[in-house]
Design a protein around this ligand. Structure first.
Ligand code: ZN
Length: 670
C-alpha cells in the first residue's frame, strides 16, 4: 500500500459512521424489518406484521447473500407492496459501511412527492435507528443514508433517468411507464459493484397488471411466473394439490352465500391463502416472478370484489380495470386499439385515384401541415393536407436520422420542398432542435408542441390565450408560438379521423420505402407498413384515481383515460397528431374543422399575422400561370418555375415544379 492509499483508507474510515445494524440484523429483509422497528404507517402506527399476508413471506425472506437480482411482481392494487418496496430500499442502504446507491423510479414526479410525504418520511421517522443514519429525511431528490444514497425519480419526462449509476433499481407501477424508458434505465446498474451470476446490480419491477404482453406482463412472461396456488380443502378433489383461484374467476365465487368455493367440487374455501407458490414459467427464466391478487385477502374482501365485478365487467363500466387492479391479471378491452389494420385498409379505398404524390407544393394549394415527433433517435415526419369535402390526405412519411443543426436544416428543407403551410414540432427532448427549425422558416410558421393533461379543449394555441393564462416557462419566453395539446383528447380526435373514414391513404401505401439503419445495418423499410404498425401499438386504457379522504382511507374516484404504448413506441402516431393539429390551425380553431374553400377565407395561419400588403395576392392577380418565369407542361397540370431566386428561397435546385394555379409567390413577375 502506498502512503497515498494508506492516507485515503484512514480518511475514509474516519468518515464512516459507526455501524447501526449488525451483520446478523442485515442478513435478511425480514430480520432488518424487525430490527429497524420501522412501522408501515409511521410513528404511532401498528408494528410490522405479516399476519394475513402469507403471500408476501417469500419476498420478505430475501437474504442479503442471495438477493433477488432480477425481480418482477405483477399484482392487484392494495396488496401491501409499496410498504415492502420502502423496506427493501431501506434495507440496502442500512449498512453504514458499504456504499449502495438505490434509485426508486415512479411514473411521475407527483407520485414521487406523494410517496415521499405519505410513506417514506413517516416510515423512517418511526425508527430511531434509521433516523441516526439519515442526514436529512426531508430531502426529496437524494436522501443520504450513512455512506449510501436513496434517490427518488419520476419517469414521465424520460430525461432524468439516464445519467447516475446505481446498484439497486426499484420501479413502482411499471404499467404507467414506457418500456423503452424502463429499458434505458436498466443501463444504470451496469457498473454496480453488487455482482452475481445473473448480472450486475439489482432490478425490481412491480406493478398492477396492465395489457397482455406489454407493461409488467412483458417482463412477467420472461420470469419464473410464481402464482399463488390455493388448496381445495377436499382431499378427494384434484384442486387439493393447489390451483390459481384468479384463473377460475367468477366460478370460484358462490354469490348466494358470498363465499369462495372450489370450482371443481364446490367445497367452501375459507382461506384462499392456504397454499403455496408454484412456478408456471420456464425453468431458465431470466427474472424471478411473483403474482398475487385480492382474492387472497379472503371472504372479508369478497363483497367489495363482487360489487366491483358487477359494475366494471357485467355492466361494462371498465372490464380491464377489474382484471388488472383486483385480480392482478393482464387484460385488454377489445376496443382499446382504435386504428386497427382493418380501419386503415378501409381508408385506402376512399380515393381510388390517390397515389403517393411527388414532392412539391400541392398544385391547388391545399393547406399542408407537417408534424415532427423527435422523441426517439429518429425524427418521424408526417405531412398531410386538407382535401375537398373535409378529407385529409396523407401526403408524405419520412424518418430523419440526422441530429442537431443538420436535422433542423433538413426538416426546414422538407417543409419548403413540400410547400408546407405550418409545422408542428415536438418541443422535447431537444428544445434547441425545435427552435432552430423555427428560426429557419418564416415567422409564425413553426409551432412548438407540448403535451398537457386534463384541459377543457384538445388544442390551445399561445396566441388564443389570455395573457394571464400564458405559462411563464423559460421555454415559452424564448419562443412565442406554442400549441398545448391535451394528450388524451387530441390523440383521440386525430385517430377518430381514420375511424370515421376521413383520411385518404395512397393506394400504393406500402410503396413509401426508405433505407434506414436497423440493428446496425441499412435496410429498406416500408414506412407505410411502419405507420400502420405504430397505430396498432397505441391503446386506450384507464388510470385508476385514488385519493385519501379526511381519515386517511383510500377512496376510488372515476378513472381517467389515457393512451398506452404497447410493444413499440408509436412515433408516427404522435407525428400524425402534430400534423392534424397543424391542419386544424387553418380554421383558427382547436376543433376538427371542415376546411372551406380557399376563396373568401380569412388569411390562414401565419399569413394572418403579416401586414395585408405582404399577404398573398388574390389568386387571379398572381397565379404562376401568368408569371413570365413559368413554363407550362405540354400535358397540362404541373409546370416548371425557372426563376432561380424562387429555387434558392426554397433551398432546391431550379427548376421548381409548381401548379399554374399556385398563388402568393413574392417573386411573381408579369
Ligand atoms: Zn375441490
Amino acid at each position: 500500500m502506498t502512503r497515498e492509499e494508506a492516507y485515503r483508507l484512514i480518511l475514509s474510515q474516519m468518515r464512516l459512521p459507526p455501524p447501526e445494524f449488525s451483520e446478523e440484523e442485515l442478513s435478511s429483509l425480514i430480520r432488518f424489518v424487525q430490527a429497524s422497528g420501522i412501522r408501515p404507517e409511521g410513528p404511532g402506527g401498528a408494528p410490522f406484521s405479516l399476519e394475513g399476508r402469507r403471500y408476501l413471506e417469500p419476498l420478505y425472506a430475501e437474504r442479503q447473500d442471495r438477493p433477488f437480482r432480477r425481480l418482477v411482481i405483477m399484482k392487484a392494487a392494495q396488496m401491501g407492496l409499496t410498504t415492502r418496496l420502502m423496506y427493501r430500499a431501506a434495507w440496502w442502504v442500512a449498512d453504514a459501511r458499504r456504499k449502495v446507491d438505490v434509485a426508486l423510479m415512479f411514473p411521475t414526479q407527483d407520485a414521487v412527492l406523494d410517496l415521499h410525504k405519505t410513506r417514506f418520511r413517516p416510515m423512517m421517522r418511526s425508527s430511531a435507528r434509521m433516523m441516526r443514519l439519515i442526514a436529512d429525511v426531508d430531502a426529496v431528490e437524494v436522501v443520504r443514508i450513512g455512506v449510501s444514497n436513496m434517490r427518488f425519480r419520476g419517469m414521465r419526462s424520460g430525461v432524468s433517468v439516464d445519467s447516475i449509476p446505481v446498484d439497486v433499481l426499484l420501479f413502482d407501477e411499471v404499467r404507467l411507464m414506457d418500456v423503452a424508458t424502463i429499458e434505458r434505465a436498466f443501463a444504470r446498474v451496469s457498473a454496480s459493484r453488487l455482482e452475481g451470476p445473473e448480472g450486475r446490480g439489482i432490478i425490481e419491477l412491480n406493478s398492477t397488471a396492465g395489457f397482455p404482453g406489454a407493461d409488467i406482463d412483458y417482463y412477467f412472461r420472461r420470469s419464473s411466473q410464481h402464482h399463488w396456488h390455493t388448496r381445495c380443502p377436499n382431499p378427494a378433489c384434484p384442486n387439493h394439490k393447489g390451483f390459481v383461484m384468479a384463473f377460475t374467476w367468477p366460478d370460484c365465487v358462490d354469490p348466494d352465500r358470498m363465499v369462495y368455493r372450489c370450482p371443481k367440487c364446490g367445497r367452501v374455501i375459507e382461506d384462499p391463502q392456504d397454499g403455496f407458490y408454484a412456478p408456471l414459467g420456464p425453468e431458465d427464466a431470466e427474472w424471478e416472478g411473483y403474482a398475487f391478487n385480492q382474492i387472497l385477502l379472503g371472504a372479508r374482501r369478497l363483497p367489495e370484489l363482487w360489487r366491483a365485478y358487477q359494475r366494471m365487467v357485467i355492466e361494462g363500466a371498465n372490464p380491464s380495470e377489474f382484471y388488472n387492479s383486483y385480480l392482478g391479471l393482464p387484460h385488454r378491452d377489445p376496443n382499446a386499439i382504435l386504428v386497427t389494420g382493418e380501419v386503415m385498409d378501409a381508408c385506402r379505398g376512399l380515393d381510388p385515384t390517390y397515389r403517393w404524390p411527388a414532392p412539391g407544393p400541392h398544385p391547388e394549394g391545399w393547406w399542408t401541415a407537417m408534424g415532427v415527433d423527435q422523441r426517439g433517435v429518429e425524427k418521424h415526419v408526417v405531412i398531410a393536407r386538407w382535401g375537398p369535402g373535409g378529407r385529409v390526405y396523407l401526403a408524405h412519411l419520412e424518418v430523419v436520422e440526422r441530429s442537431g443543426e443538420e436535422a433542423a436544416a433538413y426538416l426546414a428543407h422538407l417543409a419548403r420542398e413540400w410547400g408546407v403551410d405550418i409545422v408542428i414540432v415536438d418541443a422535447e427532448p431537444s428544445y434547441d432542435l425545435a427552435v432552430s427549425l423555427g428560426r429557419r422558416l418564416p415567422r409564425g410558421m413553426v409551432w412548438l408542441a407540448d403535451y398537457v393533461h386534463d384541459r377543457p379543449q384538445p388544442l390551445e394555441w399561445s396566441d388564443q390565450r389570455d395573457r394571464e393564462a400564458i405559462r411563464k416557462s423559460s421555454g415559452e419566453a424564448k419562443w412565442e408560438f406554442w400549441v398545448f395539446i391535451d394528450r388524451y383528447k387530441h390523440l383521440l380526435q386525430a385517430q377518430m379521423l381514420f375511424v370515421n373514414r376521413r383520411v385518404a391513404l395512397a393506394t400504393d401505401f406500402e410503396a413509401k420505402v426508405q433505407e434506414l439503419r436497423r440493428l446496425g445495418q441499412r435496410v429498406p423499410v416500408s414506412l407505410g407498413l411502419e405507420f400502420r404498425a405504430h397505430f396498432e401499438n397505441i391503446a386506450r386504457t384507464t388510470i385508476p384515481r385514488r385519493r385519501r379522504d379526511a381519515e386517511g382511507r383510500e377512496v376510488e374516484e372515476e378513472p381517467r383515460y389515457t393512451w398506452r404504448h404497447l410493444a413499440l413506441d408509436p412515433h408516427f402516431v404522435h407525428a400524425w397528431g402534430y400534423a392534424v393539429a397543424g391542419l386544424m390551425r387553418r380554421g383558427g380553431t382547436s376543433e376538427v374543422v371542415r376546411p372551406r374553400e380557399r376563396e373568401g377565407l380569412d388569411p390562414p395561419g401565419y399569413q394572418a399575422q403579416l401586414p395585408p400588403e405582404l399577404r398573398p395576392q388574390s389568386r387571379h392577380a398572381a397565379e404562376c400561370a401568368t408569371c413570365r418565369y413559368f413554363r407550362h407542361s405540354p400535358e397540362g397540370g404541373m409546370g416548371l418555375c425557372q426563376n432561380p431566386v424562387v429555387a434558392a428561397s426554397l433551398g432546391v435546385p431550379p427548376p421548381v415544379r409548381t401548379s399554374p394555379r399556385t398563388v402568393g409567390c413574392h417573386h411573381h413577375r408579369r
